[in-house]
Design a protein around this ligand. Structure first.
Ligand code: PNW
Length: 478
């Protein structure tokens, strides 16, 4: 039995991202992002869909806030579309006042309803112009300078925001965008999928550039805004849980640790410890960039909190052959079944996602220990359901599988806090069904059903109420 272990001001709520919900790609002067472009390439997105309409949030922020009110959420995490605010993206390009005003008003509207905004500056939708102009995320000098300018524009316009996230899941942008090519801009060495890209080098360059851009934005916030606005700023990293495939094989135990280093410590070690993990340097050699002393000064110590996105876990089996140059996992296999035949968890609609709540607790404790017990905000956690999209509406609304997922994961979070982790918030993914990137609209993650054929009407699912009910068990009484 876990008691009331969470602080009374613990923030819980729901999360979304701009390209996944907003629609209105050309309205009021918005410019295209790399995702607008990527979606137009045949074969990249299930059902040949795009974020052109999505949840139509650009015209329905009032409905979204009403949903949040109904769930009782204390906070809402959403992201800004950079190309809505600066359509061409660059530091010498014009600001689009209408786009900026949209977010300023939205923050005001949330606060008027007592909902705390948590703002992600970048959730993968780079202005397309920057990709074409200078290679986007691959170009350190230009990207860092343009991102710094964009971040400053937002910090200045939204002093009421007290929770800032610089980047969402740089692992996904780097690996899925520049190694496997599954995500925009779709670079990969696989020439059947893309004419450009080098999977063995580009992801590591992009990852490095994210870190320097993050450190630069944090420095700007701390020096120019934090003293008067008093907010906090951090980066959000994704990371799956791990179990050794054979717990009695020291090589599998080591491989499980290495898997965490290649996904989480790739970014968190430089931020908290001042360099890339030794296991990555060993495998990647000079393909992994090194930190100049200037860059390191920006990166080290640059998190006010650790943003953690978490969904699933794997059994990890070491490989005995030398690492492939395109390998990004740490020369290992990720499996759903252990040596003794245990299954990690039930299938969902997402090929990579199987619920396993204890792995969440263990990972929270691993992160806490390795990085000196930082303040953690869980900034995403949630699940899809196998076949949900094919069910009639009444059945979609009765999403017991998702409800049970939240019960298990919120309990695991409370256990981690009981064992010493310092967690101050939790945002379920997602407030509503939305554009699930390469999986289009076939995969739903929402606690709200969005009727894409019926004018984007929203219906709360059963799970929408469960998150608040669960947190009541663990949050200290006021
Ligand atoms: C996260 N994987 O993405 C994102 O932050 C969200 O935008 C997204 O909708 C959500 O999780 C659900 O997918 C991920 O393949 C996408 O391992 C793919 C993976 C992990 C996270």
């Amino acid at each position: 039995m876990v008691g009331k272990v969470l602080d009374k001001d613990f923030l819980w709520g729901f999360a979304t991202a701009s390209y996944q919900i907003e629609g209105a790609p050309e309205e009021d002067g918005r410019g295209p992002s790399i995702w607008d472009k990527f979606c137009k390439i045949p074969g990249k997105i299930a059902g040949a869909s795009s974020g052109d309409v999505a949840c139509d949030t650009y015209h329905r922020t009032g409905e979204d806030i009403a949903l949040l009110k109904e769930t009782g959420a204390k906070a809402y995490r959403f992201s800004i579309s950079w190309s809505r605010v600066i359509p061409l993206g660059g530091r010498n390009d014009p600001i689009n006042q209408a786009g900026l005003d949209f977010y300023v008003k939205f923050v005001d509207d949330l606060l008027a309803e007592g909902i705390i905004p948590m703002v992600t500056l970048f959730h993968w939708d780079l202005p397309n112009e920057l990709d074409e102009r200078y290679g986007g995320l691959l170009n350190k000098e230009e990207f860092v300078a343009d991102y710094a300018n964009y971040a400053r524009v937002l910090f200045k316009a939204m002093p009421k925001v007290k929770h800032w996230i610089t980047f969402n899941e740089p692992w996904c942008s780097s690996i899925l965008g520049y190694n496997t090519g599954l995500f925009a801009p779709g670079h990969t060495s696989d020439r059947s999928k893309s004419a450009v890209g080098d999977s063995s080098t580009e992801p590591w360059i992009v990852g490095h550039n994210f870190l320097v851009a993050h450190g630069t934005a944090v420095k700007i916030y701390r020096e120019e805004f934090k003293p008067k606005d008093g907010g906090i700023i951090g980066i959000t990293l994704n990371g799956d849980g791990v179990y050794p495939w054979d717990p009695n094989d020291p090589l599998d135990v080591e491989a499980a640790e290495r898997k965490l280093e290649f996904s989480i410590s790739w970014f968190a070690d430089p931020i908290y410890l001042g360099d890339y993990p030794a296991s990555m340097r060993k495998q990647l050699g000079s393909r992994l960039p090194t930190f100049s002393s200037e860059d390191l000064a920006l990166v080290k110590g640059s998190n006010d909190f650790y943003g953690m996105n978490h969904y699933t876990a794997n059994y990890i089996k070491h490989k005995t052959t030398p690492a492939d140059p395109n390998d990004f996992l740490g020369n290992l296999e990720t499996l759903f079944e252990s040596k003794s035949g245990d299954n990690i968890g039930p299938e969902t609609q997402s090929f990579w996602l199987r619920p396993n709540p204890p792995a969440f607790r263990d990972l929270l404790l691993w992160i806490s220990k390795r990085y000196g017990y930082p303040t953690v905000f869980c900034t995403e956690n949630g699940t899809s359901l196998k076949g949900e999209n094919d069910l009639p509406r009444e059945q979609i609304l009765d999403d017991e599988f998702r409800a049970e997922y939240f019960r298990g994961y919120i309990h695991a979070l409370a256990e981690a806090v009981e064992q010493g982790a310092k967690i101050q918030g939790y945002m379920a993914w997602s407030l509503m069904d939305n554009f699930e990137w390469a999986e289009g609209y076939e995969t739903r993650f929402g606690v709200t059903y969005v009727d894409y054929e019926g004018g984007q009407k929203r219906w709360l699912k059963k799970s929408a109420g469960v998150v608040g009910v669960e947190f009541k068990k663990y949050i200290k009484d006021e």
